[in-house]
Ligand binder design. Structure first.
Ligand code: BTN
Length: 247
């Protein structure tokens, strides 16, 4: 159920019963515009070298390989922009009340619903955008996940059609990717603010052995998290440096 503009922008659609990681597949074997989906991942990758639990048939494991020429200066914003596309796609599927926890977690009611992992190929002109979304996974399935999590089925109280959600994500994502080289920064900031779960909240930021506490105050033009510290000074933090906890 993809619209024509999305179909024209994509190259191949590969659906596997099982792969190690859809991101790994897209990095190694994909070309620009390829989409890789799997029913199950044996070595799903999360951020910071963590594993992404990927049980059979319940969820969405999706990777899209996309190429930019030239590489946009604001490429670091791409993972945040991907989060916006996922959040919009969920609204298209009549799921409401979710938000984004910087840099790229999809949350609902304080629980993780999905995550995004971007990996670049060599020069960064080629990126693989990986999206993991809990769709029909239920607690009784026994997945061992080291943080509070939820799924679309738990939110909506009924089983959710994964194909419809994948189509909505691809449509929203392709449109954002096509617009990305000419990103309207003011519009981006506004879109982010609407989804930003940290905005105005007290957060604790851990960076190596250092720990800071302050008020989250949106993101800057590079996608860095802006924190107002208790002495009134402002710090901008990159996602590579820090992990964030609500204070
Ligand atoms: C995170 O740590 O929150 C990011 C998780 C990203 C998981 C997705 S599932 C599809 C794609 N393939 C992977 O191996 N990882 C990403």
């Amino acid at each position: 159920h993809l619209d024509t503009a999305t179909v024209l922008a994509l190259h191949g659609l590969y659906v596997f019963p099982e792969v190690d990681s859809t991101n790994a597949w897209a990095l190694q074997q994909g070309v620009c515009g390829d989409v890789c989906l799997a029913e199950q991942q044996s070595a799903g990758r999360g951020r910071r070298g963590r594993q992404w639990q990927s049980p059979w048939g319940a969820n969405i494991y999706l990777s899209l390989r996309w190429c930019f020429t030239p590489v946009p200066e604001h490429l670091p914003l791409l993972s945040l922009v991907t989060g916006l596309a996922v959040a919009d796609a969920l609204e298209d599927c009549a799921i409401h009340g979710h938000g984004l926890k910087w840099p790229n977690d999809v949350y609902y009611d304080g629980k993780k619903l999905g995550g995004i992992l971007l990996e670049a190929v060599g020069s960064q002109a080629h990126v693989v955008i990986g999206i993991g979304l809990n769709v029909n996974m239920l607690p009784e399935a026994g997945a061992v996940i080291d943080q509070p999590w939820t799924s679309l089925q738990q939110i909506s109280g009924q089983s959710v059609d994964r194909n419809a959600v994948v189509a909505a994500i691809l449509q929203r994502l392709v449109r954002r990717l096509q617009d990305f080289p000419c990103l309207d920064m003011a519009q981006f900031q506004q879109d982010w603010q609407q989804r930003d779960l940290l905005q105005g909240r007290e957060v604790q930021v851990h960076s190596g052995r250092e720990s800071l506490q302050g008020l989250a105050s949106g993101v800057d033009h590079c996608g860095q998290l802006r924190i107002i510290l208790h002495d009134g000074s402002i710090k901008n933090l990159s996602s590579a440096e820090v992990s964030v906890r609500l204070g």
